[in-house]
Write a protein that binds this ligand. Structure first.
Ligand code: GLN
Length: 308
């Protein structure tokens, strides 16, 4: 069998099982085994497949048929053009969350006066950012990669997630690694232990210009109805309690003492939750509440500013 034939057969097997992105999934799985990239797979189309590759491809297809998503099978996922290691300890980064990266970047650029790379010598201290519930580190790493002058702290309640986030920072931010790690990682249930860590960016308690978060926001009862792929992701990263808003409420309530005056809180949530979150933010004293739409045109990110 040739590479091309194997790819077509794999796609047919996945399609017969009702998987929507059968052809894409099959080619991603085969390209990973052959280490060709997707374009390389097409170029290698007429080459024969070795027995060993064939067996590995079959194993990958079996895992996919059993409901594992491609990202977990490959152990990685692309987010914001960067390569993130993923395991079953973290949520797979979604394209939706790139909306949060964009929203945060535009806020950062407002603060730095459109000096995106931080290239101009500036006497002002760096813009500081906290990523709560960082998981694989997707938000913290993408933002630090995009704006190296940022001072970034990322926290998660899961030690296993943090270990992976550290690995992803090391892999994607290698060029920025000086004496100090490019992102400071802290194991903490939301804000609980943030005050304990030594943070050189602050002379007193930490106050961030931006707090970003993609917290768990799926209502508990909805979790069981999600696709088998999503149900293999850690409930800790998805389950937002009865109405999905437990963590969002705690973040909205806990953020003010950790925000610089006029600082911005940016959170991802479900489009259907936006109106109620806007009300929560307003009740908590946030102003300038804005929503940002994802690629499908639905509001996916909400922000508010806090001035005492
Ligand atoms: N967008 C995710 C989903 O697939 C939920 C992510 C989250 O809870 N942070 O449902």
């Amino acid at each position: 069998m040739t590479v091309g034939e194997a790819s077509v057969r794999g796609a047919a097997i996945l399609k017969a099982a009702g998987l929507e992105a059968a052809a894409l999934d099959a080619s991603l799985l085969l390209a990973d085994i052959l280490d060709t990239g997707k374009a390389g797979l097409i170029l290698a189309g007429s080459e024969p497949l070795t027995e060993a590759v064939c067996r590995r491809f079959e194993q990958s297809l079996e895992r996919r048929l059993a409901g594992e998503c491609v990202a977990y099978i490959l152990g990685r996922k692309e987010f914001w053009g960067l390569d993130f290691a993923v395991t079953a300890d973290v949520l797979v980064p979604r394209p939706d969350t790139e909306t949060l990266v964009e929203a945060a970047l535009s806020r950062i650029d407002e603060l730095t006066g459109d000096d995106p790379a931080g290239a101009l010598p500036s006497p002002s201290p760096p813009v500081t950012l906290l990523d709560l519930c960082t998981g694989s580190g997707a938000l913290a790493v993408a933002l630090k990669h995009e704006r190296p002058a940022l001072w970034v702290c990322a926290s998660d309640v899961s030690g296993k997630a943090l270990a992976l986030a550290r690995k992803n920072a090391g892999k994607n931010l290698q060029s920025l690694a000086g004496t100090e790690s490019p992102v400071l990682f802290i194991e903490s249930d939301l804000f609980d232990r943030l005050g304990e860590a030594a943070m050189p960016a602050f002379s007193g308690p930490p106050r961030f210009d931006l707090i970003v978060s993609n917290p768990p926001y799926v209502p508990t009862a909805v979790l069981a109805t999600l696709s088998p792929e999503v149900r293999r992701e850690p409930p800790l990263a998805l389950d937002g309690g009865e109405d999905g808003l437990d963590l969002i409420r705690r973040i909205a309530a806990g953020a003010p003492p950790f925000l610089s005056p006029g600082g911005t809180l940016l959170m991802e949530a479900d489009p259907d939750q936006m109106t109620i979150i806007a009300a929560i933010l307003e009740c908590r004293g946030y102003s300038d509440i804005q929503m940002y739409r994802d690629l499908t045109g639905r509001p996916r990110v909400i922000s508010g500013r806090y001035s005492e």
